[in-house]
Design a protein around this ligand. Structure first.
Ligand code: HEC
Length: 131
């Protein structure tokens, strides 16, 4: 009984990150927002490495606060708090004198939230860090 229950929980956790493998989702869902943040971070990482201009911050990525999550229970007050912290860092990168440090903090903020909310992609997010 307990085992059955645990398997249920594990599959819910896995399924909630499953759409990660399908980047072509059209609705303003949380996975889609995450996918866009992930791509943006890759571009930022490249530009910081090559010491190129980061361009201007645009708000073309939907706010994660109002995106539709796979599991509505994800949207806890703690989630929103971590989301605000992370999004502020994201904005700060573009106007920072030394974007590298802010960028590193930003990627760490992704990981911190993922530790409690969606551990699946953590390994992948780790790779966004600069050495
Ligand atoms: C405030 C919490 C929070 C922050 C900050 C956060 N994430 Fe997420 N992330 C989530 C949750 C929750 C999901 C699961 C989304 C769902 O299935 O609804 C997720 C899912 C993902 C996925 C899988 C997407 C999919 O298609 O299911 C990736 C990849 C990801 N995040 C990368 C990142 C990256 C990169 C950052 C930082 C730039 C980041 N996340 C910041 C909470 C967060």
């Amino acid at each position: 009984m307990l085992l059955k229950y645990s398997i249920g929980i594990v599959s819910v956790v896995l399924l909630s990150c499953w759409s990660f493998f399908n980047p072509n989702i059209q609705e303003p869902t949380l996975p889609k927002v995450m996918y866009q943040l992930d791509s943006e971070a890759k571009v930022l990482r490249e530009r910081i490495l090559k010491k190129k201009s980061l361009g201007v911050f645009t708000d073309s990525i939907q706010d994660m606060h109002i995106a539709i999550p796979t599991d509505p229970d994800e949207m806890t007050p703690e989630f929103h708090q971590m989301a605000s912290y992370s999004l502020n860092l994201r904005k700060e990168i573009y106007r920072a004198k030394h974007p590298k440090q802010v960028y590193q903090k930003y990627i760490q903020s992704c990981i911190t939230c993922h530790e409690t909310h969606c551990p699946g992609p953590i390994r992948r997010i780790e790779q966004l860090k600069l050495k």
